[in-house]
Ligand binder design. Structure first.
Ligand SMILES: [Zn+2]
Length: 202
């Protein structure tokens, strides 16, 4: 049994940041189902080291990672390892939704996205990060299909069911942030943002 546990509630379309020390475990739970969780991580004592989407993809030589696979930093160090995965469908290619994407790509006007929300959550923990310093996230439960013939990525509704989760162990002291994806425009979150729950076990 773990020595202690705590819970972080992530509101629909919002983000929260929390510290996970090396060797500790946390679980990201999709409480209602069908909700993408965008996750970023920074090395706690050196914020220049951070999760790296493309290194994670290529160092694992996989488009989709799952149980046993490490998440890499921009310095090719192991930041965390996936120990549990109820879904197996996650994205490592999208940059996270943002005010740019809503305004310029989806053309629905100005609206804050996961990148702005993650920056705000991380800055509440005493940082001063600009949105361009937020790495492209590891998007839990995000289901993207790559149609190479038409050369178009297709965002499908998140495959997670109520109560599904991914559990990860930190391999270095990390400041982690998770957003309940703010996208209520595409099918990504089935058209509605929903809450997430983080369980931290020490
Ligand atoms: Zn998003």
């Amino acid at each position: 049994m773990p020595a202690s546990s705590s819970t972080v509630q992530v509101p629909p379309g919002g983000a929260r940041a929390f510290v996970v020390k090396k060797g500790n475990f946390f679980r990201v739970i999709d409480v209602q189902g069908g909700q993408v969780a965008d996750l970023v991580a920074f090395k706690l004592d050196d914020m220049s080291e951070r999760l790296d989407q493309s290194r994670t993809r290529i160092n694992n030589w996989k488009y989709r990672i799952s149980v046993g696979d490490p998440v890499y930093s921009n310095m090719n160090n192991w930041m965390m390892t996936i120990l549990e995965d109820k879904v197996g469908i996650h994205d490592l290619t999208f940059p996270g939704c943002s005010s740019f994407a809503y305004e310029k790509i989806l053309k629905v006007g100005k609206k804050n996205g996961c990148i702005e929300n993650l920056a705000e959550a991380l800055n509440k923990e005493g940082n001063n990060l600009k949105t361009f310093e937020i790495p492209a996230p590891f998007s839990l439960f995000m289901d993207v299909e790559y149609d190479l013939r038409s050369n178009v990525p297709i965002i499908k509704p998140a495959a997670s069911k109520a109560g599904d989760f991914v559990g990860m162990r930190a391999e270095m002291d990390c400041l982690v942030a998770v957003s309940s994806c703010a996208d209520d425009v595409t099918d990504c979150n089935h058209g509605k943002c929903k809450p997430l729950e983080i369980k931290l076990l020490e």
